[in-house]
Write a protein that binds this ligand. Structure first.
Ligand code: RFL
Ligand code: PHB
Length: 392
């Protein structure tokens, strides 16, 4: 099989790239390791930045997003018996966030691609990349109907943190910069209405918590937990009790409880590779960087990468120039580092570190007090939370 851009991975990054290229008349093919039902069922991100929303609407993908996405003009921060609201809209000249599940974005993109009979191959094993430094790249893998081979002009590695693309780059080319945090998140999706119409981020001496939602009947909450603790060691009652304590919920505000439909423990890390390109291989999304989820940025970063990458391919095929492709890594990394900084800052402020001393605890409270009490500091928090402007 021959195509212009071979895409590995059908997460938000790979699907969006395929969709943007298709709109521009550029051929591509996606190879995905998992099944269609698996990628549609994967519960992950929920908070969409203003620029992500705007882009999806501009691309004609906004029908369900505008109908079902929940627009949030602010969120609450709780710490040391304080409850302070960050008025995102007021502080950013009208910008908002949208709560819309990542799996809904995946569903919208998949529907749009399938409507046009886009070549998306699921359940492809043993994907490997060849010739990426020789200008004649090729992707090989094995599907239900036998071996599959795709020769292309470029490869987009959109296969997430554990994918094969990054690992195909020879040793010594990439600088790997990372930080592991000594805690994890227990994330639950529950069939329970939300007690609050806005997100709540809580700082507590027992650990951080985030109270979120998906729609009127589904809530989504995160609790800081021990990275080595099994999700099973958290019976449902313990999760709800702990959420109530950390959110400082009082009797007038008992959290509505309900069956827990999904639970996952995720380790927290910050991770970046530089550069995000080698030969004809371009990395995008989680394949190139991971942010701890406290800033709710992972999917949004993947979308920002793809906007630049698609612009680079379009310029190449339309104008025969490679300026944007050559600048892809540099331009994306400048924004990625700013988003890493924000995610690291939010993580440092809301989590309890093992053996944390009283001085550190006071620093966190002072930081929260300043971030929510000073107009200038709150404006900076809001600017980052609704999302920095895209760079391309
Ligand atoms: P994805 O979504 O991981 O998709 C990669 C795809 O590649 C496939 N793949 C392969 N295909 C072929 N061959 C191989 N060898 C392959 N190896 C892997 C995978 O099956 C998959 O389909 O990466 P992408 O597209 O870059 O998107 C990134 C986002 O998924 C990620 O950043 C966010 O979900 C992160 N994240 C959050 N981001 C936010 O913006 N807001 C949030 O609130 C938020 N919460 C979260 C999160 C991630 C979480 N987990 C589990 C990592 C909460 C959690 C729990
Ligand atoms: C979510 O709703 O999934 C969510 C909210 C806030 C975060 C991360 C995830 O920081």
């Amino acid at each position: 099989m021959r195509t212009q851009v071979g895409i590995i991975g059908a997460g938000p990054a790979g699907l969006l790239l395929a969709y943007m290229l298709r709109r521009a008349g550029i051929d591509s093919v996606i190879l995905e390791k998992r099944s269609r039902s698996y990628i549609l069922g994967r519960v992950r991100a929920g908070v969409m930045e203003q620029a992500t929303r705007d882009l999806l609407i501009e691309l004609g993908l906004g029908d369900r997003l505008c109908r079902d996405g929940l627009l949030h003009k602010g969120f609450e921060i709780r710490f040391a018996n304080e409850r302070r609201r960050i008025d995102l809209s007021e502080l950013t000249g009208g910008k908002v966030i949208t709560v819309y599940g990542q799996q809904e974005v995946v569903k919208d993109l998949l529907a749009a691609l399938e409507q046009e009979n886009y070549p998306l191959h699921f359940e492809i094993d043993d994907v490997h990349l060849e010739g990426i430094d020789e200008g004649a790249p090729c992707i090989r893998g094995r599907g239900a109907e036998g071996p599959i081979e795709i020769s292309c002009d470029f490869i987009a590695g959109c296969d997430g943190f554990y994918g094969v693309s990054r690992a195909s780059i020879p040793d010594g080319v990439l600088s790997v910069l990372s930080r592991e945090y000594p805690f994890a998140w227990l994330s639950i999706l529950a069939e329970a209405p939300s007690a609050s119409h806005e997100l709540i981020y809580a700082h507590h001496q027992r650990g951080g918590a985030i109270y979120s939602m998906r729609n009127k009947r589904l809530s989504r909450h995160n609790l800081q937990c021990d990275p080595d603790g099994a999700a099973k060691s958290w019976p449902a009652d313990k999760i709800w009790d702990e959420l109530e304590v950390r959110l400082n919920a009082d009797n007038s505000e008992r959290l509505p409880r309900g069956p827990i439909l999904d639970r996952v423990i995720t380790r927290m890390r910050s991770f970046v590779v530089e550069p995000m390109q080698y030969g004809s291989l371009f990395l995008a999304g989680d394949a190139a960087h991971i942010v701890p989820p406290t800033g709710a940025k992972g999917m949004n970063l993947a979308v920002a990468d793809i906007k630049c990458l698609a612009a680079g391919f379009i310029e190449h095929y339309r104008a025969g120039r490679r300026d944007k492709l050559n600048a892809y890594s540099t331009i994306c990394l400048a924004r990625i580092w700013r988003v890493q900084r924000f995610s690291w800052w939010m993580t440092s402020m809301f989590h309890r570190f093992p053996d944390q001393d009283t001085f550190t605890a006071h620093m966190q409270i002072a930081e929260l007090d300043h971030a929510t009490g000073s107009q200038a500091a709150a404006a900076s928090l809001a600017e980052n939370y609704v999302g920095l402007p895209h760079s391309c």
